[in-house]
Design a protein around this ligand. Structure first.
Ligand SMILES: CC(=O)N[C@H]1[C@@H](OP(=O)(O)OP(=O)(O)OC[C@H]2O[C@@H](n3ccc(=O)[nH]c3=O)[C@H](O)[C@@H]2O)O[C@H](CO)[C@@H](O)[C@@H]1O
Ligand SMILES: C=C(OP(=O)(O)O)C(=O)O
Length: 428
């Protein structure tokens, strides 16, 4: 196991290129199960979620080849192998195996998903959708058993706007008989990306990106080639970092429209942000004003940027309030930021940040992926050396992090944990 060491307190500048979106990749890869011939996905991020999904597709008999940023999946030899335990527990998106295997094989056994611990993360809306399509579902010892004689299109109203449920229902419904209508669907760009892949595979989908999606089921789906959209959360993380320690950072390969809520907030703080067709320039060498943020479903401020943004607010003058309406307990990074001298209080679903403070280097632990991003930015802002453990979380979602940061002039490196540190981590 390793830790990340960061020599903080130095300004960064230069260009960083954003990788393909994690939250698209982790749905596109399971979607390949639905095809009858090979599918190639381009622009893959180098992240552990992708590696685990590759292994899971191989476990069910798929032939998967990855060369750098491209994955080709031949799904023709796949079978509906039960996956009740093991690697499915390591990521959230293993729930997409349910929709895809139900769509193709009309049966699946998938262990309940893992992913970031952000408080309760139920999948009742996924189950409600599959049942409406005609599946019988039971939960036995932590695994979901799904079976259908046939899938029939249905009108499904989501009680909660859910990215995962919207995509999962879409995955099953493309192979159902007749029309499915998903109402109160989520509108995140990753949903459009998955619908684009499925459409290129021969599916009939209208309305992805709006809150009503119509799917007309088809008999077969075929292979195709697809390029993943840029990761708006990775891009947003580097934009926040640019505002925190940047003296001019160009974030390249980004769709600026996907980040309008963040751009508006950065400008409200006084940060200079300029947008091009597929680039965003951020200059943070200014005094930052305190602002409030409230996370919302897309196109509102993304919950996945809340934690990194909290770090930025430690540098701004005044009192800022961050409210997470999606995950009310997504504040595990706060205790670690406090160790680094941040002045933050948590009250219910909100964190109140008083700034500016000069963060100090410390030994901290990432409890989840974006907590990790928050601590890395804190380490770059802090005086002295910061050591971040819990890298397995960061590796789930940040492609080539060390290389990208050092490319901007940072001094960041990975180091093996000592025996004492390993022992200490086991006991905490
Ligand atoms: C792999 C992936 O794409 N992960 C993203 C996805 O997670 P995920 O798809 O798990 O998140 P959802 O959009 O489903 O969750 C949104 C809210 O709905 C609730 N809910 C969800 C499903 C359900 O059946 N019942 C229910 O009550 C959740 O507890 C949460 O409060 O969207 C989240 C919200 O933008 C992001 O933080 C995650 O990065
Ligand atoms: C919460 C996240 O991921 P996941 O849903 O995969 O746990 C995230 O990407 O911030």
């Amino acid at each position: 196991m390793e830790k990340l060491k960061i020599a903080g307190g130095y300004p960064l500048k230069g260009t960083v290129r954003i990788s393909g979106a994690k939250n698209s990749a982790v749905a596109l890869i399971p979607a390949t199960i639905l095809a009858e011939s090979p599918v190639t996905i381009e622009g893959l991020p180098h992240i552990s979620d992708v590696e685990i999904l590759k292994d899971l597709l191989e476990e069910i008999g798929g032939n998967v080849v990855i060369t750098d940023e491209e994955m080709t999946v031949d799904p023709s030899t796949m079978i509906s192998m039960p996956l009740p335990n093991g690697k499915v527990k390591k990521l959230r998106a293993s729930y997409y195996l349910m929709g895809a295997m139900l769509g193709r094989f009309k049966k699946a056994v998938i262990g309940l998903p893992g992913g970031c611990h952000l408080g309760p993360r139920p999948i009742d809306q996924h189950i409600k959708g599959f049942e409406a399509l005609g599946a019988q579902i039971t939960n036995e010892q932590g695994a979901i058993y799904l079976r259908a004689d046939e899938l029939r299109g249905a009108r499904i109203y989501l009680d909660v706007v859910s990215v995962g449920a919207t995509i999962n229902i879409m995955l099953a419904a493309v192979r159902a008989k007749g029309r499915t209508i998903i109402e109160n669907a989520a509108k995140e760009p990753e949903i459009i990306d998955v619908a684009t892949l499925l459409t290129n595979m021969g599916a009939k989908i209208k309305g992805a990106g709006t809150d009503v999606i119509r799917i007309d089921g088809v008999e077969t789906l075929h292979g195709c080639r697809h390029t993943i959209i840029p990761d708006r959360i990775e891009a947003g993380t580097y934009m926040i970092l640019g505002a925190a320690v940047g003296e001019g950072i160009l974030v390249d390969n980004v769709i600026p429209q996907h980040l309008e809520s963040l751009i508006a907030k950065l400008r409200e703080m006084g940060v200079r942000v300029e947008t091009g067709d597929d680039q965003v320039f951020v200059d943070g060498s200014v005094n930052l004003k305190a602002v409030d943020i409230k996370t919302l479903v897309y196109p509102g401020f993304p919950t996945d940027l809340q934690q990194p943004f909290t770090t930025l607010l430690t540098k701004s003058s005044g009192s800022s309030v961050v409210t997470d309406t999606i995950y009310g307990a997504r504040f595990k990074h706060i205790d670690e930021l406090r160790r680094m001298n941040a002045n933050i209080k948590v009250e219910g679903r909100s964190a109140i940040i008083n700034g500016p403070v000069q963060l100090q280097g410390a030994k901290v632990k990432a409890s989840d992926l974006r907590a990790g991003a928050a601590l890395v930015i804190a380490g770059l802002l802090a005086e002295g050396i910061t050591e971040v453990t819990g890298l397995e979380h960061i590796d789930r979602g940040y492609s080539n992090l060390v290389e990208k940061l050092n490319g901007l002039g940072a001094t960041v490196w990975r180091e093996a944990l000592t025996k004492e540190e390993l022992e200490h981590l086991k006991n905490t």
